[in-house]
Design a protein around this ligand. Structure first.
Ligand code: NDP
Length: 330
């Protein structure tokens, strides 16, 4: 069956400007880290991508190593694009990254120009694309000069392989230095992709201020703490959940009683706001104006619907924020 996108797809989504760039991103974006690999079902992957696009999610985030096996999420996405979405390429923001281990030997990970450009070429081939919209350095490399990594990003853009450059998980100081180098090269840093959730607040300690000052956008990953900030683990670990799967990055021991107790109390605030726990967690990261987009994952279509539903109630009262703060700090 040929997929026809919903005519209403741009009616309800919020699009936020990415830093001081010309690009706007949906407030909710979809990442393909889990559930789009060779071990997963193509039909479910297709259904999730289509539903996301129908809801106005124009941004899909990948990396060379997403799977398992590594590379297979890009292959899955490439298949879906070729069959059903290529006509809508100009409506899509597709990102990929390189930085983590991808192939053996000294050129298969970290931040050298050799690795980044070879990896990007592989990613383009797997997805069947001429270019990606955003290419990221996936993590800072302590052993490669920052200039080399940034020159590789600049080259990726200048050679037409990518439209914009981004960085992920760089510290505030590294971000400032990277922004300076990229600006001097003439390819401004579009976006930073850090982890941020109610359970992981490191970005509040300097990074968000740097991004504001530099005019860099911010797309936050794992805003649901990989699913812990939902109600799914409150009665134990379901078999079909990320913590229940042997290849999931969330391990059962990370789903602690301490976190679940907080989720139980936070859920009462969510309910009083007419939101699900997941919606509260997403609304909470989006309360910071520096955050351009919350980058969620999903294993089911209804989770994407639930996440997008967060946008119906974005404002917080001071009492709600204080109550959340007290729970998180307890
Ligand atoms: P989330 O914190 O959003 O976790 C997603 C998981 O939570 C889903 O797979 C699902 O798990 C569960 N879930 C999602 N929505 C709901 C819901 N409404 N109700 C109940 N459960 C729900 O994000 P991810 O950890 O998946 O990260 C998102 C994206 O961020 C990745 O796909 C990737 O693109 C990017 N990322 C980037 C990194 C980097 O270094 N730059 C590192 C990590 C991620 P379940 O399978 O249990 O149903």
């Amino acid at each position: 069956m040929t997929y026809l996108p919903a005519k209403t797809r741009y009616d309800a989504m919020t699009y936020n400007r990415c830093g001081r760039s010309g690009l706007r991103l949906p407030a909710i974006s979809l990442g393909l880290w889990h559930n789009f690999g060779g071990v997963d079902t193509l039909e479910n992957a297709r259904a999730m991508i289509f539903r996301a696009f129908d809801l106005g999610i124009t941004h899909f985030d990948l990396a060379n190593n997403y799977g398992p096996p590594p590379g297979s999420a890009e292959e899955t996405f490439g298949k879906i694009l070729a069959q059903d979405l290529s006509r809508y390429r100009d409506e899509l923001i597709i990102s990929t990254k390189a930085g983590y281990w991808m192939w053996p030997g000294p050129y298969g990970e970290w931040g050298s120009r050799k690795y980044l450009i070879a990896s990007l070429d592989q990613s383009l081939k797997r997805m069947g694309l001429e270019y990606v919209d955003i290419f990221y350095s996936h993590r800072p490399d302590p052993n490669t000069p920052l200039e080399e990594t940034m020159m590789a990003l600049d080259f990726a853009v200048r050679s037409g392989r990518a439209l914009y450059a981004g960085i992920s998980s760089y510290t505030p100081e590294q971000t400032q230095a990277a922004a300076r180098i990229l600006r001097a090269l003439g390819t401004p840093c579009l976006i930073h992709q850090p982890a941020y959730s109610m359970f992981n607040r490191w970005v509040e300690d300097g990074l968000l201020n740097v991004l504001d000052d530099e005019g860099i956008g911010c797309i936050v990953f794992s805003p649901l703490a990989q699913g812990v900030l939902t109600d799914k683990y409150l009665q134990g670990i379901p078999e079909d959940s990320r913590a229940g799967k042997s290849h999931g990055f969330l391990r059962p021991e990370q789903v602690t009683d301490e976190k679940l107790d907080k989720v139980r109390t936070l859920r009462e605030i969510a309910q009083a706001r007419g939101q699900t726990m997941a919606q509260l967690a997403l609304t909470w990261v989006l309360r910071r104006k520096t955050v351009t987009s919350a980058l969620v994952g999903a294993s089911k279509v209804r989770q994407i619907e639930d996440s997008v539903g967060a946008l119906a109630h974005l404002d917080f009262s001071q009492e709600e924020l204080d109550a959340i703060e007290a729970i998180l700090r307890a």
